[in-house]
Write a protein of this length. Structure first.
Length: 126
């Protein structure tokens, strides 16, 4: 894949999509860390019944992943973006198998993998 300069000027499609995913993850992190009871009590939440400290632990994971995605976006690190696809698809399989509210999360993960894959193909071939 072609190397690209650092920075946010002249963003390509994959950087925009990955950056949006980073923002979503970071927003989720702030919400679940600061308001775990509220996050667990959302209608249809897959976190319903999970202790607050576990919801916050999941928020820490979102914080770490969101930070990692934000750094990769800034660097326009296409190999990292590509490497995220199998992880999202694996997560989707696990979430789907868990059922309940996690089925909606599985759909989201699959959609994000598809959009990211399309953006990478767009940047590489067009």
């Amino acid at each position: 894949m072609p190397s690209q300069p650092l920075g946010l000027g002249g963003l390509n499609a994959s950087s925009i999509v990955f950056g949006a995913q980073a923002c979503f993850l970071l927003g989720n992190a702030v919400y679940t860390i600061s308001s775990p009871a509220a996050a667990a009590s959302l209608p249809g939440s897959p976190m319903s019944g999970i202790p607050e400290h576990m919801v916050q632990a999941m928020g820490i994971t979102s914080l770490s992943t969101g930070t990692f995605f934000a750094i990769a976006t800034y660097q326009r690190n296409l190999p990292v973006m590509l490497a995220s696809l199998p992880g999202r698809l694996f997560a989707a399989v696990i979430f789907h198998r868990n059922g309940g509210g996690w089925s909606q999360v599985a759909i989201f993960e699959t959609a994000m993998a598809a959009v990211m894959g399309a953006a990478l193909l767009w940047d590489y071939y067009l």
